[in-house]
Design a protein around this ligand. Structure first.
Ligand code: SAM
Length: 245
């Protein structure tokens, strides 16, 4: 298979993304550690401390492109098991792995798993106190539409947080990162998951994603206020924040 991503239209893109995650679902968690050298855990923990969920009942969040549950589990645990969450993903294989993990960790009663598209959230306006998305938005064909949906389902005063790979802003590190992502990551994918192509696609999607300031402008256009971002590891990842005021 070829994931010749640059030449595909929006409709096709989602199909390719789905293929990639159906293929990798079972090994997704281990691949995350390998590809990021364990850094994704540090970035995710940082995201949760920025969110700082209240340790009181009645607070609801949605984790979009939630995959195998990494973000949602952290939020529920940080709230001392008070928060209730919805893990939404377009891919049933990823959600299946997430549901199994939630049961093993005793978190299943705090979470619901919903198979749906980030571009069309099956929820009423003003349903959630927080919307999180980690390493997901760059896979969505129509990012502006997904951002408008995020704004719609949040309550007034609700928080939007997006963790995503971004533009490396340190000299040397950017070169190292490029070498690792274009050669290292597909090779590791080949070795561990038996197929390098999906990982080549993932690396390409990172390169195409808008840089920090441009993405912040998109979030503002969707209606969010007080938009800003924090770079992690020199900009390998960035956390964007916004409020629905
Ligand atoms: N958030 C998880 C994490 O940080 O470990 C999973 C991130 S994984 C790299 C990206 C996820 O985005 C996949 O589970 C994929 O199925 C999901 N995804 C891709 N396109 C989507 C869409 N249009 N709507 C919802 N989820 C989508």
């Amino acid at each position: 298979t070829s994931y010749g991503f640059s030449s595909v239209g929006e409709g096709e893109k989602q199909g390719l993304v789905n293929d990639v995650f159906h293929k990798v679902a079972k090994r997704y968690d281990i691949m995350n550690d390998v590809m990021s050298g364990g850094m994704h855990r540090v970035w995710k923990d940082a995201m949760i401390s920025v969110l700082n969920p209240p340790k009181t009942p009645g607070w609801r969040f949605i984790d979009v492109a939630g995959g195998t549950g990494d973000i949602a589990f952290r939020i529920v645990e940080a709230s001392r098991k008070e928060a209730l969450g919805t893990v939404l993903d377009i891919n049933g294989s990823m959600l299946g792995v997430g549901q199994e993990r939630a049961e093993k960790r005793g978190l299943a009663s705090h979470l619901e798993f919903v198979e749906a598209n980030a571009e069309e959230l099956p929820f009423e306006d003003k349903s959630f106190d927080a919307y999180t998305i980690a390493f997901g938005i760059r896979n969505v064909p129509d990012i502006d539409k997904a951002l408008r949906e995020a704004h719609r389902v949040l309550k007034r005063g609700g928080r939007f947080l997006c963790l995503e790979f971004s533009e490396v802003q340190m000299p040397v590190l950017d070169k190292l990162y490029e070498a690792w992502s274009f050669n290292g990551i597909p090779k590791m994918g080949q070795a561990i998951a038996g197929d390098g192509e999906p990982y080549r696609y993932l690396v390409e999607s990172i390169r195409k994603f808008p840089r920090q300031a441009d993405f912040a402008a998109m979030i503002e256009r969707a209606g969010f206020s007080r938009v800003n971002w924090t770079n992690y590891t020199g900009g390998v990842a960035a956390l964007h924040s916004g409020w629905k005021l």
